[in-house]
Every structure is written in structure tokens, then in C-alpha cells.
Ligand binder design. Sequence first.
Ligand SMILES: [Zn+2]
Length: 484
Amino acid sequence: MTTTTWIKNSDWVVAYDSDTASHKYMKNADVVFEDDLIVFTGRNYVGGADTTIDGRDVMVLPGTLDLHLHAYMEMHGKGFFEDLASKQMSMTQLFEYTWLLQDDKESAFASTEASVCDLLKSGCTTMAELYCDQVAYDGWVDMLGKTGIRAYVCPMVQSGHWYTPDGKQHLYEWYEKEGLRNLDIALEVIDHAMSDSSGRLHGMVGAAQADTCTEELFHRCKAAAEKRNIPLQTHAAQSVMEHREMMRRHGQTPIEWLRSIGVLGSNTLLGHAINIDQHPWINHHEHNDLKYLAETETTVVHCPRAFAQWGDMMHSLGGYRAAGVNMALGTDCYPHDMIEEMRIAGLLSKVSSGHVDLLSTQDVFHVATLGAAKALGRDDLGRIAVGAKADIALVDLKHPSMRPVRDPLKCLIYSGTAAAVRDVYVNGELMVEDRKVLSIDQDDALNRLQEGQNRALKRVPERDWAHRSADQISPFCLPVEGLH
Ligand SMILES: [Zn+2]
């Protein structure tokens, strides 16, 4: 038996236009879905429905896709990471600070649940969760399934990891054979997710970083992804230090090296790819990276907020698109608010290119929806169209952040807040109703996350190369009276 839902006479629908392969507005339109699939878009639907929703004062949007985040760990850094960067390592957080707050499994699960709440409430319906094999996999896939979001599980493997002995240099500890063995375990996890019957769990192969995986591990990852017809994601070109390391090892930029070993391709997603050869901090003698990314149809997953925190930005999102690179968006660290991420992506593209014409509001939304769906090889996500998955957000046009309403997508991306998102469906199931996540106890998740953050902060001296306390590394932003 099917269940039919009719969103009736919406003020605005952001619908898919197959002629232009992009979005268009439809005024006073209906959207109807049966179970998990959209079956009608347009005016004057005449069939029946089990549930009818009044679409007046509502904008119907395709859910956005967040293709790069680490929900299991990054929320622990809220209130800690904001003003941190290693000044002796070209202003990155990666090598000295990233792993300081990694915590236990219970806290990782709480962080994931809290992160998914933020995503769903901002109208995001698909996430790619890049999970590190340092945390146990037991129960992870099932926990993700219970959150209700459409999740690409991406357990990352690596042949080694970086560390700093002194806050000035980054070194690598290698364990190549263990990395290969961990891939077998990761693939079991992926296969478990892909066998799930909910229709909301999918797989993605994860090779952690360009500079921490051997050529052999990359080849094995690529082959495993191709065999399953699923994407492969890695991090690349995310710091000046990484660029210098790859130049030292190979005489190539990270992008050039990945191309030379056959990793790039239409099935491959690169997290970040910000510090590429043309980036002003890199000052490389030739500029080929964008051309290689475009030629190979590789997707770049752009996560602007995390990098803006330490003063780095892409040059520029509009420029990458103009060069023909398929772009997607990710929240990476926190907050996991795709409206804010779209806003920062749009603003920083204007700032870094010094131009308003290189990236329109439509382009930003395209990146967060259709660009991401293309990266996943999915023509049924990121769009309101007959035959597409019913991954849908309803935006309240009466919310103060949306008013006055003229062009509602511009209002949402450049002025709106997640609180304007009223209801969210994933795979045809109501997951957010009147701004409340139905599948997760958000307060409980946040309470458990707070306990996890408290534990993680206490452990900072054990993890820091200089055994500094959390408060020494990241002092409070104001003098504190009464702190014990
Ligand atoms: Zn990442």
C-alpha cells in the first residue's frame, strides 16, 4: 500500500528543469509524492492524497546535500577551535590541533546525532560522513540509520598519520600494511550499509588524505569503489604544508600526484582542494590543477567555513565552476548548517574573485544540490522532479528572516536562518516537523555531547606535543571571573 502526500498550492516551488539541467521557480504549484518518490510537480493536481499540506506561505525546496563532514568528532571543538591556527605551520589547524579533542565512541555517537539534527533542521537531507578508523565501527551504521538522514557512510583508511613533535614541523608515522587491512574492514562496513533496507544508507570509499595514503592504498580504494559503483573521497590540497610535502616527495602538487596515479575521475570527490597551484599562498610556477580536475570530471567538495576560521579561502568557487570543475558543498566541522555554508560559500567567492557575476545565487544552490548529486552519480537527488526521491524541505516564508519576500532563494541563502525551515522529508518520511527533529532526541544528544566535550578537554595535555592544557592552547575570549 502506498502513502501519498500532496503539498498543495505552494507559493514557490524550486523545481528541476530538465531542459536546462538546473532549477527553476514554479509559482502556486503542487508537489506530490508517493512513499519515497515524487510523482507530480505542476499546477492543479487532480489525484487524491492521504495527507494534504497547505502550501501557502511556503517555499518547497529539494533537500541539500552535505558531502563532507566529520559529524562524529568536530562538534567537540565548538568554543575551542575558533581562533586557533599554527603560526609556525602556515596558518593551518590540521597538524597541531585537529586530533586534540577526539573522544570515545559514546561521545562520537552523541556528536553524530547532534550534527544530524543541525543538518536536518537546515534543510539538508543527505550527508557523507567521513569517519576515521580510530573509532570503533560497532553500531555506527545502525546509529546513522536511526537518525533518519540519507547517509553515505565513508569509513576513512590511511597508510599513516601526521603529527607534530614541536609545533613547527609535521611528520608522518607510517603503517602501510595495517592501512590495507583496515580497508578490508571498512569495506565490510560499507557493504553492511549498502545492504540496509531503508533506502537511506549508501556507501562511499574513503582514503583519508592525499599525503597519508600510499599509491597502493589509493589503487585498492579506487578499485573497491569501482567494483561497487560507489564514489571515492579523499582530502587533498588542504594546506600549504601538504603542498610542500608533496613537492618534496614527488615534485608534484597533490592534484598532479593524484592524477598521475589514476585517482582522479568522475567517481572521485576531493575534500577541499583549496590550496591548489593557483592559490596565492602556494605561489606555484604553473597553474594546471583546475584543468586536470575539470578534464577528469573530478568533484571538489568545498567547505568554506572551516577554512575561513584560520584565514584561508578558495580562489574562487565561481572560478572553479567557470573552469568546468564539478563542485559540491560540505560543512566539514561545525556548525552543520547548510544555509550558513551556502551563504559563506557565496560571499567568499565574491570576495576572493572580486566579482559578483562569477557565482550567482542559483549557482550556489546548484552546488549544494545538483552538483552534489552528480558527484554521487544520482539523477534522483537534489531536485524536485517526477521520479526523484522525496527529499524535500518546506521553508516558512512568514519567518522573519525570510521577510520581506521577493526572490525567496536569495532571501534564504543571504538572509535566512535554519529556523525558517519548517518541515523536512527524507525518502518521503517526515523527519522534521515544525522545526523539531522527530527521529533524534536532540537535548539528550547534546547533553551526552557536553559530557564528551568535558572529557575530551581534560585529555588535551595527553594529546598535545607540549602537554599544554585546553585553556592554555585556547584561552577564553574574555577574562573569566570565578573560574575554578
Ligand atoms: Zn574533512
